[in-house]
Design a protein. Sequence first.
Length: 95
Amino acid sequence: MSNILEQANQIVNERSEEKERQYGPFKASMERAAALYNLMSPKDQQITTAGMYRAMIALKLSREAYAHKEDNLLDAVAYMGSMNDLSLIHISEPT
């Protein structure tokens, strides 16, 4: 079995076509989740896609603090990697 970083890389960068068919692209799902959150929230409580990533990372680390489960850490690392990719995209976009 591969280590947790290799597994996270597979989730973020090498997601299988089957998973894409079931759940959609990873980054697009996070963008959609942020948009849905914003539809349900008051205007002064909106969240960005990066904020959605931070919330999911916090949730996974909170669960890990309660009880160790490798999946908590794997998901947190995968969210961190995908959030980094999002940050790199925004940095490289012309202003």
